[in-house]
Design a protein around this ligand. Structure first.
Ligand code: ADP
Ligand code: MG
Length: 682
C-alpha cells in the first residue's frame, strides 16, 4: 500500500473507442435536497439573528459546510440586500466563477442577473445583481474609486484563513468604511469574515471582539499514510499512487491529486489518460480533470459533474481544491506536499515563484478533502478513505505549522501604491492584522520611487501624478509604468499587446512528446531580441487572421488559442484605460527597439548580466544566478544584458521571459540606481 514503492505497470496501448459518458443532470429537487443536507442549513435562523444583532461576525466552518454557497442566499432571503448588494470575496478567480455559477443555478436564475461575479478583466453582473462574488483584488480595486464601498450592504470576506495580501488589506479597508459609515449616519455596513481553520482569536480581536459562530461539517474518518522513504520525484510518486488506488478500489471512489501548477497538471492528466488506455476492461473507466486558476470556466465546472456509473474521477489540482472548492465523492487524496507560492526577498526585492513545501495546516486541509460527505449518499458508507502523503513523517514534522500570510512574503510595491491611492497617508502605519516587515515596506517605497510613482519620504511620502495614473491600471506597478512610458516612445499599440500577453498564462503550447515539432514550427516567430518580441510576433499573426481560421492556426502552430484570446480581451480593456489616461494609441511599426526601450522603463529592476562562464547574474543587492528557461527564445543565446519579467526557481533559477537590452538604457532610465550598484559597468 505504500505510495511510490513500485512503478506502475504500464500496459501496451489497447485503444478502446472513447465513449462519451453523459452525467445525469441535476434536477431542482436534487439541488434542494443537496442544499438541505449541508451543515449550515440547520443553523440558518440562528446565523441570521446573530448577523442582525452585530455589525461584524466571524464564521468558522469546516470546508463543504455550505458557507460560500449558502450564506449569501440566506442573507438575501433575510432582507440584507434591500439597501445594497451582498458581496463575497474569494482569493481566487476560479472559485469566484464556479461558486457564482453554482449559486445562480441553485437560485434558478441566469448568471449575471440576481447572482453574478466580477474578476479581473471580466464582469458578469447587472443592475439586478444582489449577490456578487468577486476576487479580493477586484474589491480592493473598487475601493480605490469608492472608499466607503457604498453600493454594498454586506461584505463577506471569505477564505480569510488564506490570508492573501488583498484580503489582508481589505480587512483594514472595510473596517474603516464600516466606522466612517456609522459616524456619518450612512446605511450601515455588515462585515462577515469566513474561514476554514481555527485561529479565530486574531480575527475576532481585530474586528473589535466580533462574535464567532462555529459550523460543524460532516466528516468521515480519513486514514493518513506517509511515505516510508523521502520521494525524489513527487510527480512519478503521484502517478504510481493513482494507479495503485485505481487497480484496487471500486468505481466511483474518486481521487484528488495535489500538484503545483498548470504545466505539471496538464502533463499529468495526459500521462494518466495515456496509461489508462491500456488498462484491462475490468478496471473502471477513468475520467481525468485538471483544475487550476487559469482554466476556462466551462472546463472548471466539469469537475463537479457527478461521476457516471462504472467510472472513476481523478482531479489533478493546484491548492485551489484545498479549501475553496469542494468536489463531492473524493475518497482518496494524493498529497505531494508541494505548492507553488510566491516568496519575496526584501533584500533582493525579488518575487520568486517557487515550488515549496506546504504547511502542516495545509496538509490537514488536503487530508480532510477525502472525508467530505457526498450529499444524500449512504452507499459507500463503509468504504475507507485514505490520504496518501508522499512525504515521510519526519519530513512532515519539519513543515511550518501555518502558512505565512502573503503580506509577509510578497513584494509590496503594488499594495503600497494602492494604499496611497486609497488616501492612506502613511502605508507603514496602516491597520494591518499582521504587519509586513519594515524592510519589505522600505523596499516597496524604493521601488516606487525608482519608478517615479512616489516622492518624499517617511510620513511625507505621496503619489506623483504618474503614480496616480499608474494606480488606475490593474497591473503590477512595473507594467503600469511601461504603459505610461509608451506615450513618449510612441509605441502604445505594441506595448498594450505585450502587457496583455504578459498578463495571461503562456501562449506557447508545447506537449511533452512534441517539443521538437513545436519549436521547429514556431521558429518563424522567434526573435533574437527576446521573448517579448516573439510573443508580439505571434500575437500580430493571430490578430490578423479571420475569426474562423484562428483555432486551426493555433493548433498547427503550437500556440494556445484560449490564452491568446484572453490576451485580446485584456488588451481591449487596457486600451480603454489608456485612452482615459490620455495615452495616444500610436504604433512604432517594425521598430522593436522602441518596444524594448519602453519595456526597460518599467522592468529595469529586473536586469541580468552575462557572466564569463555563460550564466546570468541578476543585478541588484542580491545576486541570483540564473539561466534561460528552455522555453525562452533566448535559450542558447548569450546577450550581455537582458531584462526578464518572470524568474522561477525549481532546482535552479530560470529566466522565463526575457529580452535583450543595451546597458546604456539602464543608465538612462535610472542613473542613480545603476551608478550605485556596480552591476552594469564592465
Ligand atoms: P464551504 O464554503 O463551507 O466550503 P461550499 O458552500 O463551497 O462550502 O460548498 C457546499 C457544497 O456545494 C459542497 O458540497 C460543494 O461540492 C457544492 N458545490 C459548490 N460549487 C458547486 C458546483 N459548481 N457544482 C456542484 N456543486 C457545487
Ligand atoms: Mg467556501
Amino acid at each position: 500500500k505504500r505510495p511510490g514503492s513500485k512503478s506502475p505497470q504500464i500496459p501496451k496501448a489497447n485503444h478502446s473507442p472513447t465513449k462519451k459518458h453523459r452525467p445525469n443532470p441535476e434536477t431542482p429537487a436534487d439541488i434542494l435536497k443537496q442544499r438541505e443536507s449541508l451543515a449550515i442549513f440547520s443553523v440558518k435562523e440562528k446565523l441570521l439573528a446573530k448577523i442582525h444583532a452585530h455589525n461584524s461576525c466571524i464564521i468558522i466552518g469546516e470546508t463543504a459546510s455550505g458557507k460560500t454557497t449558502q450564506l449569501p442566499q440566506f442573507l438575501h432571503e433575510g432582507g440584507f440586500s434591500r439597501q445594497g448588494t451582498i458581496v463575497v470575496t474569494q482569493p481566487r478567480r476560479v472559485a469566484a466563477v464556479s461558486v457564482a455559477t453554482r449559486v445562480a443555478q441553485e437560485v434558478g436564475t441566469e448568471l449575471g442577473q440576481l447572482v453574478g461575479y466580477t474578476v479581473r478583466f471580466q464582469d458578469v453582473t447587472s443592475p439586478a445583481t444582489k449577490i456578487k462574488y468577486m476576487t479580493d483584488g477586484m474589491l480592493l480595486r473598487e475601493a480605490l474609486g469608492d472608499h466607503l464601498l457604498k453600493r454594498y450592504s454586506v461584505i463577506v470576506l471569505d477564505e480569510a484563513h488564506e490570508r492573501t495580501i488583498h484580503t489582508d488589506v481589505l480587512f483594514g479597508v472595510v473596517k474603516k468604511a464600516q466606522r466612517v459609515r456609522l459616524k456619518r449616519q450612512l446605511p450601515p455596513l455588515k462585515v462577515i469574515v469566513m474561514s476554514a481553520t481555527m485561529n479565530v482569536d486574531k480575527f475576532s480581536n481585530y474586528f473589535n471582539k466580533a462574535p464567532v459562530l462555529y459550523l460543524e461539517g460532516r466528516q468521515y474518518h480519513v486514514e493518513v499514510l506517509h511515505s516510508m522513504e523521502p520521494q525524489t520525484d513527487y510527480l512519478f510518486a503521484a502517478l504510481v499512487t493513482v494507479f495503485q488506488i485505481h487497480k484496487r478500489e471500486p468505481p466511483k471512489s474518486d481521487i484528488l491529486v495535489f500538484l503545483t501548477g498548470q504545466e505539471e497538471i496538464e502533463a499529468m492528466v495526459h500521462t494518466i489518460n495515456d496509461i489508462a488506455k491500456g488498462m484491462p476492461a475490468t478496471c473502471p473507466r477513468l475520467i481525468v480533470h485538471p483544475l487550476y486558476a487559469s482554466l476556462p470556466s466551462q472546463q472548471q465546472l466539469r469537475v463537479f459533474q457527478p461521476t457516471p456509473d462504472g467510472c472513476r474521477k481523478v482531479i489533478v489540482s493546484t491548492n485551489i481544491a484545498e479549501t475553496s472548492i469542494t468536489i463531492r465523492g473524493v475518497k482518496f487524496v494524493v498529497d505531494t506536499g508541494m505548492v507553488k507560492a510566491k516568496t519575496f526577498s526584501a533584500i533582493s526585492g525579488l518575487d520568486l515563484l517557487k515550488v515549496q513545501r506546504i504547511s502542516k495546516a495545509q496538509a490537514w486541509q488536503r487530508t480532510g478533502r477525502a472525508g467530505r460527505q457526498s450529499a444524500g449518499s449512504t452507499v459507500h458508507y463503509s468504504l475507507i478513505r485514505i490520504s496518501y502523503r508522499l512525504y515521510t513523517q519526519q519530513e512532515y514534522r519539519n513543515f511550518l505549522d501555518d502558512t505565512i500570510p502573503e503580506i509577509q512574503r510578497c513584494n509590496l510595491a503594488s499594495i503600497v501604491l494602492q494604499l496611497l491611492a486609497l488616501g492612506v497617508k502613511n502605508p507603514a502605519s496602516f491597520d494591518f492584522m499582521d504587519k509586513p516587515s519594515g524592510e519589505s515596506m522600505k523596499c516597496a517605497f524604493t521601488e516606487l520611487q525608482l519608478l517615479q510613482a512616489v516622492e518624499g519620504a517617511g510620513e511625507a511620502v505621496c503619489l506623483t501624478d504618474l503614480g496616480r495614473q499608474m494606480a488606475s491600471f490593474p497591473l503590477d506597478p512595473k507594467l503600469a509604468k511601461v504603459i505610461m512610458a509608451s506615450k513618449d516612445l510612441g509605441c502604445a499599440e505594441e506595448i498594450l499587446s505585450v502587457v496583455a500577453l504578459l498578463s495571461v498564462d503562456s501562449i506557447l503550447f508545447t506537449p511533452q512528446q512534441k517539443i521538437e515539432d513545436a519549436q521547429a514550427i514556431r521558429r518563424k516567430f522567434v526573435s533574437s531580441e527576446g521573448d517579448h518580441i516573439t510573443y508580439l510576433n505571434i500575437f500580430r499573426a493571430f490578430r490578423g487572421l479571420p475569426e474562423h481560421d484562428k483555432h486551426k492556426w493555433c493548433y498547427e502552430n503550437y500556440v494556445h488559442y484560449r490564452n491568446l484570446n484572453t490576451a485580446c480581451n485584456i488588451r481591449q480593456q487596457l486600451r480603454d484605460l489608456c485612452l482615459r489616461a490620455n495615452i495616444p494609441l500610436k504604433s512604432c511599426g517594425q521598430d522593436m527597439t522602441s518596444v524594448r526601450k519602453c519595456l526597460t522603463k518599467g522592468l529595469f529592476l529586473n536586469a541580468a548580466e552575462l557572466q564569463r562562464e555563460g550564466t546570468y547574474i541578476t543585478l541588484g543587492p542580491v545576486k541570483h544566478k540564473a539561466t534561460f528557461h528552455p522555453s525562452s527564445s533566448l535559450f542558447g543565446c548569450k546577450p550581455a544584458y537582458v531584462l526578464y519579467s518572470e524568474i522561477v526557481q525549481t532546482t535552479r533559477c530560470f529566466l522565463r521571459t526575457a529580452f535583450v537590452i543595451e546597458p546604456e538604457w539602464l543608465y538612462e532610465t535610472a542613473p542613480n540606481y545603476f551608478r550605485q550598484s556596480k552591476g552594469a559597468n564592465r
